[in-house]
Design a protein around this ligand. Structure first.
Ligand SMILES: [Zn+2]
Length: 414
């Protein structure tokens, strides 16, 4: 009886979180206004602005369909006991506990990706992004990206899952502490080696040659006392016409990467302003703070996970007869979706605060806030960004503040 109540509660919570996300999307669409915001008058003509709003509408519609489809499939799987059936099948293979767990997680991850994510990402890349002139991905690149993504998931995800399974099997609920330490170490290792091992699997990085731009960036790095392994140009145009710039790596392995698309569309001053913003994140210790916060979250989730493992009733509610660590990870992942949604309000708020701080630091370092304003405008227009998002949508989804708010704050610094 209690199992049925738990199942019904979980189904209701999943539907409620979908309704919340869908409401945010609808409010966002209702906030689209046909008049071009004053800041963008002269940059956008009426037709181009209408096109940017059409992009927001179509992308939102696709998001709604994907989210709705995912929620329906998940609820159906829960109601019909699919996770329990799969568990019985995998246990019947008579493998070792670790192999049983990895096969179970592997099947669920692969099927979820193939059914719930891939069809939508194909449509988004080759239909939606293509229609609005963003797509540069060929079928071959898309396919190879998928294969490499699976390989990395198998190695890293499989490795982390093995850690969790082995520790919990050996130590029972107390396994959350060494599992937490293990995950923390792997995460830091990945961040350290990502620039030289993982990223080059997807893109080609060539050292920046433009002497004027290079000198301007080196000046900036010196001003910040930002030690740098190198400045690289990334062939972002291989997949999309969108521009970006970022830095990766930790300690002395930090690298700055500029998308070739950005170099082709922005002035040196604008690129330096964008990089000053990125380095501002580092200077203000946003990266360290975010990593620490993620670690705390992981620790809390692992602890809660250890509590679920001790409660067979949660497994029975999903039709799983014998609790196991691997099945527990799936059960836990589903039960905590609503909690993760609520946590995202907090993490997005923190991230938006960081963005304002990095903007301020960029304006201070370049002593030229107008350069970042121009860069933000250019990025918004090139990416057909929604200039007037609804505040509730921003709270729920946005890691960056609305561009008009960022421009307004930068203006106050001129
Ligand atoms: Zn930023």
């Amino acid at each position: 009886m209690i199992q049925t109540v738990i199942l019904l509660c979980v189904l209701c919570a999943l539907i409620a979180t979908f309704v919340l996300r869908e409401s945010a999307r609808r409010l966002n669409l209702s906030a689209l206004s046909s008049s071009v915001p004053e800041e963008f008058v002269g940059i956008y003509d009426a037709d181009a602005y209408r096109r940017s709003q059409e992009y927001t509408k179509q992308a939102t519609r696709l998001g709604s369909i994907e989210d709705g489809f995912g929620t329906v499939i998940l609820c159906l799987c829960l109601a019909t006991g699919v996770f329990g059936l799969l568990d019985r099948f995998v246990v019947g293979l008579n493998l070792s506990p670790l192999a049983t767990g990895l096969v179970y997680l592997g099947v669920v991850t692969l099927v979820a990706d193939l059914v719930l994510a891939t069809p939508f990402s194909i449509y988004s890349t080759f239909v939606l992004e293509e229609r609005f002139g963003f797509n540069r991905t060929t079928g071959k690149t898309f396919f190879l990206d998928k294969c490499k993504g699976y390989l990395i998931t198998a190695i890293l995800g499989g490795g982390l899952a093995s850690l969790i399974i082995l520790f919990f099997n050996a130590m029972g609920p107390a396994g959350w502490v060494p599992a937490w330490i293990g995950i923390a170490l792997v995460t830091i290792g990945v961040m350290y080696f990502a620039p030289s091992i993982i990223l080059p699997l997807f893109n080609t990085f060539t050292p920046l040659e433009d002497p004027e731009l290079k000198a301007a960036i080196e000046d900036l790095a010196q001003q910040y006392a930002f030690t740098l392994e190198g400045i690289f140009v990334m062939d972002g145009s291989r997949r999309s016409s969108r521009g970006n710039a970022f830095f990766t790596g930790l300690g002395s392995r930090k690298r700055i990467a500029l998308f070739d698309t950005l170099i082709n569309t922005m002035t040196t001053e604008e690129i330096v302003a964008v990089l000053a913003h990125e380095i501002g994140h580092w200077k203000k210790r946003h990266i360290v703070k975010s990593i620490m916060l993620e670690m705390l979250k992981t620790g809390l989730l692992l602890f809660l996970f250890s509590c679920i493992l001790e409660s067979p009733v949660f497994f029975q509610a999903f039709g799983i007869a014998t609790p196991s660590v691997a099945a527990g990870l799936i059960v836990f992942g589903i039960i905590y979706q609503p909690v993760i949604l609520l946590l995202s309000f907090l993490s997005n708020a923190l991230s938006r605060k960081h963005e304002f701080e990095a903007d301020a630091l960029s304006a201070e370092a370049t002593r030229h806030p107008q350069a970042l304003i121009d860069a933000l405008k250019r990025l918004s227009v090139d990416n057909l960004s929604n200039l007037t998002p609804h505040w509730f949508y921003v709270m729920l989804n946005a890691s960056h503040p609305p561009v008009l708010e960022r421009i307004q704050r930068l203006r106050s610094m001129i």
